[in-house]
Every structure is written in structure tokens, then in C-alpha cells.
Design a protein around this ligand. Structure first.
Ligand code: AMP
Length: 285
């Protein structure tokens, strides 16, 4: 695996390979890799001639009181994991090049980026779309791979790619979970033993919601109340939000009639965990 830090070297490498007519699959990450990230890497590896990854803890997507400084980092371990799954090229840009002195340009997908997590983390998605847009411009991949775990992020990135005519396919891969159902996340390392045990209730609550819907419940308030009940049994959990929204426009739903996302954000101490499931129903007679 080749490791590249400077944008000019990346351009050179990309141009050489693109000139040879190769397809490039790309997975942007913030590192501290787990099996969720690696599932995206494997897909990029299998579906393309070349597989690229990036590791960059992007400062512009963190709020002033968030965990940018303490975000977990272990580049050497990550490099080993990436080499093992057959990644050809790792890009680890530096902030001096990504956001040089006098940097002024940001990409914002209106409306979608202020809902759900955007409400609790103002400016977060502006940072995400800006860095993803820059990375797609630098690497110019054929396809880029994202996880359903961050479903709002995927929805927003798809919209950005369409609106800005970025010629890249956006592929979404299922959420990878621990044995007890907790979605894998680099932030799970912040959880203490008791918080980690209780965090499994997030997925239990989502599965309960899914069961209610299978049982023909369509009323979002009743489903949300049940999820809230289950999470409230966890003494260490503080619910940020529980929402049921339309899969395309993220608008709040009162009744599930078609495709919906059930999405949750919960704090355990200072650690904010997110998860979601999607459901598709056929209209009841
Ligand atoms: P991050 O390093 O947290 O920015 O995540 C990089 C990519 O990995 C994003 O597209 C995430 O949605 C994806 N990802 C994170 N956790 C998981 C998971 N548990 N399962 C699948 N994809 C994930």
C-alpha cells in the first residue's frame, strides 16, 4: 500500500492511474478503524481496479465543545489493517494543506443539514460536506463508499453530489454491529463498562420499533414512545433525539406510509452515539 500525504503527490498518482482507464473506489474515514470501516474498504476493493482510503480527523466538522482533540487516533494500526484488506493507496492529508491560512470556502446542503444531528451539532454537516467535496475533487473516484450508520450524512452527500454535478457514484453499506447489536463506532472506546452494557439498548429499542411496525403499528408517536421507554430503562442514557422521518427528505413523519428511517441519538456521559434502521411498509388496507 502506498501512503500519500500531499495533495500534489495524490494528483500525480491519480492522474497516472486514471490515464490507464482504471476504476477507483474510495472510502473517506477519520481513522481508528473498526470492522464497519473495513466492510466499506472490502467493498471498494472488490468492486474497483484500485481501492483508496483516506484518514483525516476533519476539524471543521467538530463543534467548539466537541471531541476533536481527544478523538481516538492510531495511524500505524490503521495502516496495517488497510494493507491487510488490500487498499492500494492511503491518503492522510494535513490540515495546513486542507485548510491553509485564509481558507474561505464551505459547502452547505441547505435544509437537510439542519435536521436531526444538524440540530444538535450546528455546523457539523457543513464541515462534512466541505471535506468530502474536497476529497472527491482531489481523488476523483469512480465510486465512494459510506456507511448506513451515518444515514443523514449519506443523504446529504448524495444530494451534494447531485447538486454540484460531481461525477462519482455514492454507495451505501449496511451498519456493522457488535454481538449485542451496538453499532460499531470509533467513539465506543469512550464508554465505560456500564455505559457499554447499556448502549446495547439502542439497537434493542430499534428492533422493538421494527417489530411494532411488522405488527402493523404505523403511528410514529406510539413507536417513539416505546423506543423512549426502552432507552429510559438505562440509568446512564440521556436521549438527544428519537425521530421517524422520510428516507429521502428527512422530513418528520406522523404516520409511516412508505420508506422511513427510525433514527436515534443518545448520550452516555459525554459520548454521543447514533444509530438508525430503515423500514419500508406497504399501505394498510
Ligand atoms: P468515520 O471514520 O466515523 O467518519 O466513518 C467513516 C465511514 O465509515 C462513514 O461512511 C461511516 O458511515 C462508516 N461507518 C462508521 N461506522 C460504521 C459501521 N458500524 N458500519 C458501517 N459503516 C460504518
Amino acid at each position: 500500500m502506498i501512503s500519500i500525504t500531499s495533495i500534489s503527490s495524490m494528483h500525480e498518482y491519480i492522474n497516472t492511474n486514471k490515464n490507464k482507464g482504471k476504476t477507483v473506489g474510495f472510502v473517506p474515514t477519520m481513522g481508528y478503524l473498526h470492522d464497519g470501516h473495513l466492510s466499506l474498504m472490502q467493498e471498494a476493493r472488490e468492486k474497483n481496479d484500485l481501492a483508496f482510503a483516506s484518514i483525516y480527523v476533519n476539524p471543521t466538522q467538530f463543534g467548539p465543545n466537541e471531541d476533536f482533540n481527544r478523538y481516538p487516533r492510531d495511524l500505524e494500526r490503521d495502516k496495517d489493517l488497510l494493507a491487510k484488506v488490500g487498499i492500494d493507496c492511503l491518503f492522510t492529508p494535513i490540515s495546513e494543506e486542507m485548510y491553509p491560512k485564509g481558507y474561505r470556502t464551505y459547502v452547505e446542503v441547505e435544509t437537510l443539514s439542519t435536521k436531526l444531528c444538524g440540530h444538535s451539532r450546528p455546523g457539523h454537516f457543513r464541515g462534512v460536506t466541505t471535506i468530502v467535496c474536497k476529497l472527491l475533487n482531489i481523488i476523483k473516484p469512480t465510486s465512494a463508499y459510506f456507511g448506513q450508520k451515518d444515514i443523514q450524512q449519506v443523504t446529504i452527500i448524495k444530494k451534494m453530489v447531485t447538486d454540484l454535478n460531481i461525477g462519482c457514484l455514492i454507495e451505501v453499506m449496511p451498519t456493522v454491529r457488535d454481538k449485542d447489536g451496538l453499532a460499531l463506532s470509533s467513539r465506543n472506546i469512550y464508554l465505560n463498562k456500564e455505559e457499554r452494557l447499556q448502549a446495547a439498548f439502542i439497537y434493542k429499542a430499534l428492533k422493538k420499533a421494527e417489530a411494532m411496525i411488522l405488527n402493523e403499528e404505523r403511528d410514529c408517536n406510539r413507536i417513539i414512545a416505546e423506543i423512549s421507554n426502552i432507552i429510559s430503562q438505562c440509568s446512564l442514557a440521556r436521549i438527544d433525539y428519537i425521530k421517524i422521518c422520510d428516507l429521502e427528505n428527512l422530513e418528520h413523519l406522523d404516520l409511516i406510509t412508505n420508506h422511513a428511517i427510525i433514527t436515534i441519538a443518545v448520550f452516555f456521559g459525554k459520548t454521543r452515539l447514533i444509530d438508525n434502521i430503515t423500514v419500508t411498509v406497504i399501505p394498510l388496507q
